[in-house]
Design a protein around this ligand. Structure first.
Ligand code: 5AD
Length: 498
């Protein structure tokens, strides 16, 4: 049986697409290789949102050319956004590549590999499924079969794909195509199946997830939704339907929303649905109206502040995280100062910051990339300094409080290296990472447990089970069922570089 390996770059959508590639390859008779070096088929699932990400692909292919030369039947596949962006050109530019496959063509991957195996030429398939959009579904392990592993405690479910916004810096409309929505019945059925198999938390995925509309028109209008608000969508109605139809779901998150669709109906859903955790990631990009206008974000700073304030007033204690670009064309020191003041005004508890990078096919290409690299770097450093201070103060404030943590996995498996010797780690309702000390003898995977916070680390919390949670927990069975390892990581409440 041929063995495959998938390397993933980029966003949660790519992580999700990689999981679907695992599924289609396994169904076609491939097995997962222990390492990339042992694979017969190597897939690079790529990102092109910033130039640095695209360069990563090019250097990786250069490195893999030698791996390919070692055996004639080895196959190199490039998937994801660079595949979609470059198509056939990639085959011409980099001879080591055999197959280029776009995000909407994942189901065709086994067929393309089959053609290649019988002597076909290198091929690119990058066609959007505009007429009949496909949303691939993971097959969760069956709850009745004792031999199958439990489903991971957290899962992604796609609700829409593509993007109709025209943010001037962004390549996504080009690499992911126009917006296409998945029927709400299918979304609810997938979530119900995941929950039946053991999943506790679902993150709804979409490039502008809160622009969702049900293509079958099957959702009742949500309370607070206005028929004449051009920013209104059916996202609040979808959240309400999932909450009502899948009562076993512990947490329902979503990413990434656009501030334009943070409408009163969505705020009301947050106020009324306990399944929605008290944290929202809401990309703002800049705090300067002049820059927001040139970015074609279609909201002002004041609108962003008013909308997020309404959310925090409706859900006391709700935290926000965000994405920010520094050094967009024409960004002055005053513009950047406005961004810093917005970060402090909103009090973001997590921030992804990026230096502006020119992308092909984007409207901002017409503007000169005139902020020097050194200035971009210095602004990014000042941005992170501000956000680290906010996160640090927030985490310190939590010491001594009681929080509910959804245990997502073992520290070692999740690459945290067992901070403080903790075995289990997970997320609070507000998405802070919590490491749980002294619970090694208990089986906490997938449980929502009550902990007291003992210490604040730089980007995470150290915690202990409360007496009540310890008394209620299951002992760990040696040699018992092992969880299916979670492939994803979602470090939202932490500052990251671009
Ligand atoms: N340059 C820098 N950052 C970008 N992003 C998107 N496009 C660019 C670009 N051309 C950032 C935005 C977005 C995040 C996913 O990546 O902040 O929200």
């Amino acid at each position: 049986m041929p063995r495959y390996s998938i390397t993933t770059f980029g966003c949660q959508m790519n992580v999700h697409d990689s999981e679907r590639m695992h599924d289609v390859l396994r169904c076609a008779g491939y097995t997962e290789a222990g390492s990339a070096e042992e694979a017969d088929v190597l897939v690079l699932n790529t990102c092109s949102v910033r130039e640095k990400a695209e360069q990563k692909l090019r250097s990786e292919v250069g490195r893999l050319a030698r791996w390919k030369r070692e055996r004639a039947d080895r196959v190199l596949v490039v998937a994801g956004c660079v595949a979609q962006q470059e198509g056939e050109r990639l085959l011409k530019q980099m001879r080591a590549i055999d197959v280029v496959v776009g995000p909407d063509n994942i189901p065709e991957l086994p067929g393309l590999l089959g053609d290649l195996a019988i002597g076909g030429l290198p091929i690119a398939r990058t066609v959007f499924d505009l007429d009949a959009p496909r949303f691939l579904v993971a097959s969760p392990p069956s709850p009745s079969s004792s031999s199958s592993p439990r489903a991971a405690p957290t899962a992604f479910v796609t609700v829409m794909k593509g993007c109709d916004e025209r943010c001037s810096f962004c390549i996504v409309p080009h690499t992911r195509g126009p917006e296409r929505y998945r029927p709400s019945d299918e979304i609810v059925a997938e979530i119900a199946a995941l929950v039946a198999a053991g999943t506790r938390e679902v993150t709804l995925l979409g490039q502008t997830v809160n622009s969702y509309r049900d293509p079958l028109g099957a959702l009742p209008r949500a309370p607070g939704a206005s028929a004449d608000d051009p920013d209104e969508s059916e996202f609040a109605a979808l959240l309400r339907r999932v909450a009502a139809d899948v009562p076993g779901l512990a947490r329902l998150r979503y990413t990434s929303p656009h501030p334009r669709h943070l409408t009163p109906s969505l705020v009301l859903a947050h106020a009324e649905l306990p399944v929605l955790p008290r944290h929202v990631h809401m990309p703002v990009q800049s705090g300067s109206d002049r820059v927001l206008r040139r970015m074609i974000r279609r909201y002002t700073r004041a609108e962003y502040v008013a909308r997020t304030r309404a959310l925090v007033e409706a859900v006391p204690g709700l935290t926000l995280s965000t994405d920010i670009i520094v050094g967009f064309p024409g960004e002055t020191e005053d513009d950047f100062a406005a961004t810093l003041s917005l970060v402090r005004e909103v009090g973001f508890k997590g921030l992804f910051g990026f230096k502006y990078s020119r992308r092909p096919h984007t409207p901002a290409l017409k503007l000169p990339d005139d902020v020097p690299e050194g200035v971009k770097g210095e602004r990014l450093a000042r941005l992170f300094e501000a956000s680290e201070a906010l996160l640090g103060a927030h985490l310190s404030d939590l010491v001594g409080t009681t929080q509910e943590v959804l245990v997502e996995g073992r520290d070692k498996e999740r690459g945290h290296g067992g901070a403080g010797g903790a075995l289990w780690s997970g997320r609070t309702g507000r998405h802070e990472i919590a490491h749980i000390d002294g619970a090694g003898e208990l089986d906490l995977l997938g449980e929502v447990v009550e902990v007291s916070i003992t210490r604040a680390n730089k980007h995470s919390l150290q915690a202990e089970l409360t007496e009540a949670a310890r008394a209620a927990a299951r002992p760990r069975q040696r040699g018992g069922l092992e969880p299916r390892p979670a492939r994803r990581s979602l470090p939202v409440v932490a500052a990251e570089g671009g």
